[in-house]
Design a protein around this ligand. Structure first.
Ligand code: CA
Length: 226
């Protein structure tokens, strides 16, 4: 018998929250709604949940502060919802530790799919996922099972950055800052073209090109899909 996973919906738009709750329940999840941001912390001390869908703009306390507070004591998966796609990049830059971001208006069906994807992802033991891939910084080499491939310095920096934080989304800006020592004049396309070459090399040693996923409007992330 499988136990029911509980999702906490922190959302002040009543109708939307209710609709989401119904969709989640139809997918065999348990769901609770909190509409005021200041109530989340108390609720979490008395209750358990397996994932939080967290709206950004809330009465009481906003999503950014809630996310920070929750992360101090818990690594429960968090999906942040925002009304502006431009916001996502800023939120990622804040490194709040949310597991995914979703833009409003969203379809409840899409949210349920994201919930399942995040739960699948965090349900895997990260060390197991990563133990198959070995990075050698001195040689700028990546080894997967018995195959190895040399990378350029930039490709290596890009890959190790994402590989060390599986599942985390990195914006192009963030990646650029982390791979270049000085202030090169580079644009989004530069990152995309490095990613393209990197993927090709990873495929050569037997990895799926999708271990580096493009997240629409947000950036890239490393993830092993089994
Ligand atoms: Ca709101």
């Amino acid at each position: 018998m499988s136990f029911q996973q509980k999702i906490l919906i922190v959302e002040d738009e009543g109708k939307l929250a209710q609709l989401l709750k119904e969709y989640l329940e139809n997918s065999s999840f348990g769901a609770e709604i909190i509409s005021n941001g200041s109530e989340v912390e108390n609720w979490l001390t008395d209750n358990h949940c397996d994932l939080i869908i967290l709206d950004l703009m809330l009465p009481g306390k906003d999503g950014v502060d809630i996310c920070k507070d929750v992360r101090r004591s818990s690594d429960v998966p968090i999906i942040m919802a925002t009304a502006k796609v431009e916001e996502i990049d800023r939120l990622i830059g804040l490194e709040l530790g949310a597991d995914d971001y979703i833009c409003k208006p969203y379809s409840p069906r899409e949210v349920v799919a994201r919930v399942k994807a995040v739960l699948r992802r965090v349900g895997r033991v990260p060390t197991e996922t990563n133990s198959k891939i070995v990075l050698n910084e001195k040689k700028l080499e990546v080894t997967y099972k018995d195959s190895k491939r040399e990378l350029t310095k930039v490709e290596f920096n890009l890959f190790s950055k994402m590989h060390n934080h599986p599942g985390n989304i990195f914006s192009r800006d963030h990646l650029m800052d982390s791979i270049y020592d000085s202030q090169h004049v580079v644009n989004d396309r530069t990152i995309d073209s490095h990613i393209k070459k990197l993927r090709k090399k990873l495929v050569e040693i037997g990895l799926e090109s999708e271990v580096i996923q493009s997240v629409y409007g947000a950036g890239y992330r490393f993830d092993m899909m089994d």
